[in-house]
Design a protein around this ligand. Structure first.
Ligand SMILES: [Zn+2]
Ligand SMILES: [Zn+2]
Length: 98
């Protein structure tokens, strides 16, 4: 089984957690490379690649675990916001039910 792993982001040099659920997700997708950047840097890169401004991003607490996460939109306050690991977990548990 997978265990949470601490990796160093090549972008901001901060360490981030490559969670067991993310590792599971990666292996399901046959992705053998570990993420080189933390979720924040990955998002920043994605925003840049799609030509969107980081101004659209906001830092909000995850509805599930409470950690601050960066999202590529302004939260409406209606929908709960999940951090990337809770989002993956929700996706995986949704996929594995039934
Ligand atoms: Zn980073
Ligand atoms: Zn979370």
């Amino acid at each position: 089984m997978f265990a949470d792993k601490s990796l160093e982001c090549q972008g901001c040099k901060k360490s981030f957690v490559f969670s067991s659920s993310e590792q599971e997700f990666y292996s399901q997708k046959n992705l053998t490379n570990e993420p080189k950047r933390c979720p924040d840097c990955r998002l920043a890169r994605r925003m840049k690649n799609t030509g969107k401004s980081m101004d659209l991003c906001s830092q909000v607490p995850c509805d599930k675990c409470g950690i601050n996460c960066l999202v590529p939109f302004k939260p409406s306050g209606i929908k709960p916001v999940l951090c990337s690991s809770c989002f993956h977990e929700a996706k995986i548990s949704a996929a594995s039910t039934g």
